[in-house]
Design a protein around this ligand. Structure first.
Ligand SMILES: Nc1ncnc2c1ncn2[C@@H]1O[C@H](COP(=O)(O)OP(=O)(O)OP(=O)(O)O)[C@@H](O)[C@H]1O
Ligand SMILES: [Mg+2]
Length: 227
């Protein structure tokens, strides 16, 4: 069966509609690990997100663009925080979902935050629920993947504490400088990537270039027209 977890808008629960698990041998073991997926628009971030989610039956995607058809996901209502205070509607919605569905219930093993730069931008405090997810000591058994276009726009704690970085094409000058500080030559490696290829940065900050993630055609879902 191939269904999704849906927000009932007033009541949240993780419904167990089994998604067919397909281990992707190209991916590292991400159980209880943190990862960050980076890259410009259309570079392949959401495709690797699908592959990561497919590898873990109890995944849960914060689906900002309502694009992850058939996956366990939350269809986001407030898509753009206007401030980074807890009472901002978009921040409050994220905290509510993560607290209730990911942290309290204990079924979810992999949480994926799309558009993480909107919720966790550079130089702003992390939302309280994300602080918990980003800290080994404060939760158990949940992998956490954040997805953003540019590392310079993302809260640096997410990048610094990530076990793995998956970086697709990223030609910007500031990102190039930033990445070369993460690991020597990383900015250069990312600059020279071919379409849909990516650099995988390991926990020890060594890195290697990977070929495009393989997804069968039916898995490369098109965004829904109806939310
Ligand atoms: N590994 C791949 N193999 C084949 N096609 C791919 C691959 N990765 C991406 N594509 C193609 O590129 C399109 C855009 O990829 P994707 O949606 O992953 O981009 P993105 O980085 O998430 O962009 P955005 O920043 O807009 O969210 C996909 O719909 C697909 O057609
Ligand atoms: Mg995307």
């Amino acid at each position: 069966m191939n269904t999704q977890v849906i927000d009932a808008s007033n009541q949240l629960k993780f419904e167990d509609h089994p998604v067919q698990v397909e281990k992707n041998t190209q991916l590292p073991d991400l159980s209880n690990k943190r990862g960050v997926v980076l890259g410009i628009q259309g570079s392949g971030k959401s495709v690797i997100v699908k592959a990561i989610a497919r590898s873990e039956r109890y995944h849960f995607i914060y689906d900002v663009h309502h694009e992850h058809v058939g996956m366990n996901r939350y269809l986001v209502g407030n898509k753009r925080p206007e401030s980074y205070k807890p009472n901002d509607p978009a921040i409050a919605e994220l905290n509510r979902v993560v607290n209730q569905v990911v942290l309290d219930v204990g079924r979810v093993r992999m949480f994926i935050l799309e558009e993480a730069n909107r919720y966790c931008p550079s130089k702003r405090p992390l939302p309280s629920s994300i602080l918990v997810l980003n800290d080994d000591q404060r939760h158990e058994r949940v992998g956490f993947i954040s997805v953003a276009r540019r590392p310079t726009q993302l809260n640096s704690d997410l990048v610094e504490l990530a076990h793995f970085l998956f970086i697709f094409r990223l030609p910007g000058k500031n990102d190039y400088i930033y990445l070369n500080e993460v690991a020597e030559g990383l900015g250069d490696a990312v600059r020279s990537l071919e379409q849909y290829h990516y650099v995988q940065v390991e926990p020890d900050r060594t890195y290697k270039i990977k070929p495009p993630v393989k997804l069968s055609d039916h898995q490369v879902g098109k965004p829904e027209t109806m939310a």
